[in-house]
Ligand binder design. Structure first.
Ligand SMILES: Cc1cc2nc3c(=O)[nH]c(=O)nc-3n(C[C@H](O)[C@H](O)[C@H](O)COP(=O)(O)OP(=O)(O)OC[C@H]3O[C@@H](n4cnc5c(N)ncnc54)[C@H](O)[C@@H]3O)c2cc1C
Ligand code: SF4
Ligand code: SF4
Ligand code: SF4
Length: 406
């Protein structure tokens, strides 16, 4: 029976092995941290070795494997509504609209009705709109790779957007036999993906606390401009993008304590990419392009292949582009240089605390949902600390009325 990986850090969960198995002997199962890993059913396996051959992640270390140095652009969608709904400048929507106008299919990550992040297949603009926006949790790609193979072999134009490891896994799965001319792959500069189990716990706790069902969740809403404001929308139509609790997930994310183990040794955190186009936030764009940058969000676009450039050239009706260079963006993009990191002892301690003390404890301890974090936030968020203070005083008053103290 094949041994697909020795250490958990050697499996990114891309599903290439599961998708290629001719006997459907591989299923993806969640571990105690909520990350999915391939599990081989011995009774079905015929030892053909295809799953071992298709797995790139554990062998990937050499940057020469990847494409040549990219062309770099700053980009923004001409439609302001689209830009406000997107995490950065709306590049994803321009690309997906282009594919959908050609009667194609778009694959991207969306939250379902239980706020679980899954890859979906979209053939209309309404469907693809749910893929807009970053979801800071690992997405479940399910049967996506097989569906894409079917689509491209039926002559459909397809856009796949995902993490770099998902893009590379898809490429390995499709191999040379598929009609990959029809496929455009788009990844993003990737900080790493948090645990789906911890995220689900966070959402459930949120619901218990507010006594309302959450029907929509945004990791990056732009109600307060281009940044990291989180927003929940409740069943009754009310929403929360101001309370300290509603702003906790990002701090846990950026604390790097609950990313997938493979993210700490990620071979894709470099300038040479495995996709046709890479999209990201052009943080610091105002320094190099003062007239182009604004508070509504600007995309950083790396064009990695000739196919990527052909697509880009067709987007000028929807997108305003400005040529740039790697030097103008790299200082704000740690994950173009190295994987995210954290002291392994701290990571271990996080998981022990999570399993024994629960979600609220780890949110307070690692997610800045504590007095120290709150004070720090007021005074580091220079533009808005006074508004936050006033907001917070109102919140405290409300909580005292309800007899709560966090
Ligand atoms: C986990 C994660 C880490 C990131 N790390 C960085 C970073 O370090 N630096 C940086 O500049 N940008 C990072 N980004 C990308 C950035 O947040 C924006 O998604 C990107 O700039 C695209 O913006 P947009 O306006 O063009 O598209 P949007 O409309 O925001 O579209 C987002 C696209 O990302 C895809 N997507 C969203 N969530 C996931 C997910 N969980 N798994 C797979 N695909 C997903 C969607 O399918 C969609 O295609 C990250 C995104 C994610 C999801
Ligand atoms: S192919 Fe992907 S999911 Fe399968 S073992 Fe390798 S990295 Fe893990
Ligand atoms: S060796 Fe072949 S049959 Fe067995 S799990 Fe791997 S791909 Fe499936
Ligand atoms: S950091 Fe690397 S391993 Fe982790 S999700 Fe992103 S591309 Fe995959």
């Amino acid at each position: 029976m094949p041994k697909l990986f020795k250490e958990k850090q050697d499996c990114c969960g891309c599903t290439a092995c599961m998708s290629i198995c001719p006997r459907a002997a591989i299923s993806m199962r969640s571990d105690e941290k909520g990350f999915k890993y391939p599990f081989v059913n011995e009774a079905l396996c015929i030892d053909c070795g295809l799953c071992l051959k298709v797995c790139r992640f554990k062998h990937k270390t050499d940057e020469k494997d990847f494409q040549v140095m990219p062309l770099v652009y700053a980009a923004k969608h001409r439609n302001e509504y689209v830009r406000m709904q997107s995490s950065s400048g709306g590049m994803f929507t321009a690309l997906s609209d282009h594919i959908l106008n050609k009667n194609g299919a778009v694959y991207g990550a969306a939250y379902d009705e239980d706020i679980v992040c899954r890859h979906i297949r979209a053939t209309t603009k309404e469907e693809s709109a749910s893929c807009r926006g970053s979801k800071y949790v690992q997405s479940d790609t399910q049967e996506t790779f097989k569906l894409i193979k079917k689509d491209i072999n039926n002559g459909k134009n397809v856009l796949f957007t995902g993490t770099p490891c998902q893009v590379d896994g898809l490429d390995a799965y499709l191999g040379k036999g598929s009609n990959i001319e029809n496929l455009l792959t788009v990844d993003f500069i990737c900080h790493g993906v948090p645990s789906p189990r911890v995220f689900l716990d966070y959402i459930k706790y949120h619901e218990e606390r507010s006594k309302k069902k959450i029907v929509e969740y945004y990791n990056r809403c732009k109600d307060k401009g281009w940044g990291h404001t989180e927003k929940v929308v409740y069943e009754d139509g009310t929403f929360d993008c101001t309370s300290m609790f509603s702003q906790s997930w990002k701090y846990l994310f950026y604390a790097n304590v609950m990313l997938r183990p493979s993210c700490y040794r990620c071979p894709y955190t470099q300038i040479k990419r495995c996709s046709d186009i890479t999209i990201a936030d052009f943080w610091g764009v105002k320094n190099s392009k003062p007239k182009f940058g604004d508070e509504k969000g600007i995309s950083l676009v790396l064009v990695n292949t000739g196919k990527g450039k052909e697509y880009l050239d067709m987007l000028h009706g929807d997108i305003e582009f400005l040529e740039s260079d790697i030097e103008s963006c790299i200082s704000m993009q740690g994950c173009l240089k190295r994987p995210s990191s954290v002291d392994p002892k701290k990571r271990q301690q996080f998981w022990t605390n999570y399993h024994t003390k629960g979600i609220l404890y780890v949110l307070k301890r690692y997610g800045r949902n504590n007095a120290y974090g709150r004070i720090k936030r007021y005074f580091t968020d220079k533009d808005r600390w006074f508004a936050h203070l006033v907001e917070h005083l109102f919140q405290v008053k409300k909580r005292f009325k309800r007899g709560r103290c966090i």
